[in-house]
Ligand binder design. Structure first.
Ligand code: DX5
Ligand code: ZN
Length: 223
């Protein structure tokens, strides 16, 4: 069994001490930086854009996993690739031509990711399993950090796992929202490969220890 990949979300970092927080993740056992970009249209919040992306890229020594919570993400894919993204995830709900956008991401030299909001069934990706490298199951309604994981998202992870296995796809399954030491056991048991965690990392008194504990693969809850 391979280790869970952990992607701390910069959204929960201290922006007045961004270099310090990026360097903390560099020193940690975390695998990727998760970079949440929100436009105030696709989600009811605005986070940050290129100045913060550039600052993170300047100091980060681990891959940048960019999560675009924006409308018409195809307009910004190339710019985020140029700004140092290793992976770019766009929302199914924001893409009229999802296949075209995923192809654009790969052509820009990045891993292509697709995120699914709560209401979007995993089956809608059946015909595109060769076209993405990772799929992000939202375990909250996106827009804000610090929310509670919605349990109705757990069966979706299992369904996604079955769908990818049947298709012979090696795409990774990620989860985003409300991941902490209490919830990580259930998302892992459901078949998650990578987990995003904001508050559980940066809100902890010892973020390095929190990262280690989250990556430990706690015993799955009893069925
Ligand atoms: C929310 C973002 C998440 C968020 C997770 O819309 O996509 O990545 O930062 O934050 P926590 O871990 O605090 O739920
Ligand atoms: Zn995210």
């Amino acid at each position: 069994m391979t280790d869970l990949l952990l992607a701390p979300s910069i959204l929960a970092a201290d922006f007045a001490n961004l270099q310090r927080d990026v360097e903390l993740i560099n020193r940690s056992k975390a695998d990727w930086f998760h970079v949440d970009v929100m436009d105030g249209v696709f989600v009811p919040n605005i986070s940050f854009g290129f100045p913060v992306m550039d600052a993170v890229h300047r100091y980060a020594t681990k891959p940048l996993d960019v999560h675009l919570m924006i409308v018409q993400p195809e307009r910004y894919v190339d710019a985020f690739a140029k700004a140092g993204a290793a992976a770019i995830t766009v929302h199914y709900e924001a893409c009229t031509h999802l296949h075209r956008t995923l192809t654009q991401i790969r052509e820009a030299g990045c891993r292509a990711g697709v995120a699914l909001n709560m209401q979007t069934p995993v089956e809608l990706l059946t015909d595109l399993t060769d076209s993405f490298d990772q799929v992000l199951i939202m375990t909250i309604n996106p827009g804000f950090g610090g929310q509670k994981l919605l349990p109705l998202s757990i069966p979706k992870i299992q369904k996604m796992r079955r769908l990818l296995t049947e298709a012979g796809s090696s795409a990774l399954i990620g989860v985003d929202g409300g991941v902490d030491l209490k919830t990580i056991g259930s998302v892992l048991a459901a078949g998650t490969d990578y987990a995003v965690a904001g508050t559980a990392v940066f809100g902890a008194s010892d973020p390095l220890q929190a990262i280690e504990q989250l990556k430990k693969r706690p015993t799955p809850p009893m069925a």
